[in-house]
Design a protein around this ligand. Sequence first.
Ligand code: SF4
Length: 276
Amino acid sequence: MSKIICKICSHYCTLKEGQIGFCGVNKNVDGKLVCLVYGYPNAIQIDPIEKKPLYNFLPHTNTFSIGTVGCNFRCPFCQNYTLSQTSNYQKKEYFEPEKIISLALYYKCKSISYTYNEPTIFYPYIKDIAKLAHKKGLKNIMVSNGFMSKEVTKEIPNYIDAVNLDIKCFNKEYYKKNLKGDLDIILENAANLKKSGLHLEITTLVIPDLNDSYEEIQNIAKFIKSNLGTDTPWHLSAFHPDYKMLSTPNTPVKSLKKAYKIAKEVGLDNVYLGNI
Ligand code: SF4
């Protein structure tokens, strides 16, 4: 029985023969790691790039967006939980990388976005699509929680041109206990991705009483300023009740405006309010 360690994300799951990892989609099959959702996206859509959100990369263009099922996080406020918190993937239609490229070109998109659920978990699929995309002049975008492994973080700039990365809060315990991630790893990955020269934008879903305190917003802003640069775009998005947080109200516009003011006081140049 050969055990393997999956090195796709920072969970580094040890998988026994036949075992599937925490994300629900990577499996040890005969001692080899198999990404079960390779070729089986559950969501395909053409979106304006601003919807990712990316505001300072290929503006006013459409991006061919794909996502699968599964996630390496367990956020109780997930706004896409029907995809992320299931491992039940569609097996009816296989989309080989070539097919994704020809659809993206057919619909006159300028880029392909790996989005909706956490794309890191289907990285083997991304890599194959991204290589072909570059040959055809298409850019590649990841919309990610930033919890990729060290190895994948190092590789990403070879294939990916822009990343929108979430900093969900600035509370280490909350990240560990409730989201099943690690704030320090995410901050380190964000800094390394920025250093690599790819285009980076940050998103924070502002949730009432969870991460909207003056201190927490200020801490995120300070991190961006010191480690990513004042020109790094920061999207402050409004939460709406979803998944396990149905009794939490929508983010009031005044909270977003307060967060915007704090970000400006800290000295960030490009701050945007979203979902309002
Ligand atoms: S992608 Fe992450 S969660 Fe999934 S099996 Fe690999 S290490 Fe585990």
